[in-house]
Design a protein around this ligand. Structure first.
Ligand SMILES: Nc1nc2c(ncn2[C@@H]2O[C@H](COP(=O)(O)OP(=O)(O)OP(=O)(O)O)[C@@H](O)[C@H]2O)c(=O)[nH]1
Ligand SMILES: [Mg+2]
Length: 272
């Protein structure tokens, strides 16, 4: 967003600031700190650091420092339709491989055969073991078979799921069933981690989505995709503050390399 630069180069007036911040997903409780800090200031020097400090004081920050990506972990990737699950998995495979881990992939998005093929094509290209279900097969059954298939493999498993709306009870029950199957096979992994993907463009509406998913299953981490669009980036302040779930990754493009671990300091630098 870089509104400080715009503000001090007089591309907009102070009175417009509130609207601009709101359009970028910044909630009024944070807008106030920003406006207060900027009032009467005529240059950008030092303001950024002061503002960062004030925002940090206000926020209840969950760090993601214990996410060190151990072997023997199953990652269940969940989220709304089109929130970037499958794209993220491609990037995540690459990320894990660069860390020397050997991930295997289970495609349990049986809702769309094309989605499983998309991931299969990708897994082949990346040379990682792949397991998929049949068209319209029960995704929990696919996950079960996939886990058995990778039984002797001690490395990481990533599970792709269909897009679902958090207020669709049937689909959310289906997700619960998938997680229960995974928990029943827990002895195969040291860790089970659920990662919820969110489209950055939806801004503050993310709150309802996180709550909706949390009503059914525990969420261990968040992945914010499409931050390259830059819209509503300020909403992450609210997500960080209101939930005890750390943001682990940001996706900032369609390319496989366009994934980074979320770092709060760098986030503030980009936002301000
Ligand atoms: N610009 C940009 N586009 C992204 C990013 N991540 C995903 N996309 C695009 O968003 C669209 C949806 O991505 P998918 O990965 O298919 O999303 P999904 O959650 O798997 O979708 P469903 O399986 O249909 O629910 C695709 O066109 C992706 O290329 C990102 O970080 N930046
Ligand atoms: Mg998908």
């Amino acid at each position: 967003m870089f509104f400080l630069k715009k503000f001090f180069s007089k591309k907009f007036e102070a009175s417009e600031l509130e609207d601009i911040l709101y359009e970028n997903g910044v909630e009024p409780k944070f807008t106030d700190i920003i406006i207060e800090t900027l009032s009467g200031k005529s240059q950008e020097t030092d303001i950024k650091e002061t503002l960062k400090k004030k925002i940090k004081e206000k926020l209840n920050i969950q760090d993601n420092l214990d996410w060190d990506f151990n072997p023997s972990t199953l990652y269940l990737i969940i989220g709304n339709n089109g929130s970037g699950k499958t794209t993220f998995i491609g990037k995540f495979i690459n990320f894990l491989k660069e860390k020397g881990l050997a991930p295997s992939v289970i495609a349990a998005d049986t809702f769309r055969a094309a989605a499983m093929e998309q991931l299969e094509h990708f897994a082949n290209k990346m040379e990682v073991p792949f397991f998929k279900g049949a068209d319209k097969e029960d995704p929990a059954a696919v996950v079960y078979k996939g886990i058995l298939n990778f039984k002797d493999d001690t490395s990481v498993i990533i599970v792709d799921t269909s897009g679902r709306q958090h207020n669709n009870k049937n689909l959310m029950d289906e997700l619960k069933k998938i997680l229960n199957i995974i928990i029943k096979n827990q002895n195969q992994f040291l860790n089970i981690k659920t990662l919820l993907t969110l489209d950055a463009n939806i801004g503050l509406a993310s709150k309802q989505i996180i709550e909706g998913f949390q009503n059914y299953i525990p969420i261990d981490g968040l992945v914010i995709n499409k931050v390259d669009s830059n819209a509503k980036y300020g909403a992450l302040l609210t997500i960080i503050n209101d939930f005890e779930i750390p943001i682990i990754f940001e996706g900032y493009g369609e390319d496989i390399k366009e994934l980074r671990m979320f770092e709060f300091e760098k986030y503030l630098d980009r936002l301000l």
